[in-house]
Design a protein around this ligand. Sequence first.
Ligand code: ZN
Length: 204
Amino acid sequence: MHVMSRYCSQCGKSLKACICQWIHSLASNVELIILQHPSEAKRPMGTARILTLSLPSSHYFEGENFSDHDELNQLLNEPDVRHFVLYPGEGSIEAQPEMVSGEGKVRVILLDGTWKKAFKMWQLSSNLHSLPLLRLPIELKGNYRIRKAPSDNALSTVEAGYYILSIMQPENDFSPLIDAFERMIQFQIDQMPAGVFEKNYRNE
Ligand SMILES: [Zn+2]
């Protein structure tokens, strides 16, 4: 079998596991900047790709230390744009729809990696340190049944993106992001031998 030998040019997944059929192009006034840790880029269950495929206004960069990243710094230096970092660090404030009202564009930066990697990215990327930090309401729970989460509140990147966009723009429907995510998980579960999922991956 050479199942993994051919990949979809759009989503980068194997043709068999292609997620493009579930992707819907969504308009969003709030732009996402997704900073992906290199170790995350190769994961078969990486969910950031759902965001970049669904949101044509989004930006995507890979790396760990973004301090001297030209393209990112160019975005950060654009006039009349307010940037936030979705990172639950000290002084973070809960995301609100009011943050989008008023003049100028809003961009939210997501750090895509495990908690440890995201912390490292945050620490190293000094150009992010002056930006206000956002967090999601604490009662949110992840739907991500495959990846082991260090805590109940750990969300996949696509879920974090879905929540932040939905909270800031309640008039828009971003549920196609979650639909694509759930279909991707279901596909993975269907590939597992019977019982493996229940035994190893159940998140209670
Ligand atoms: Zn595809």
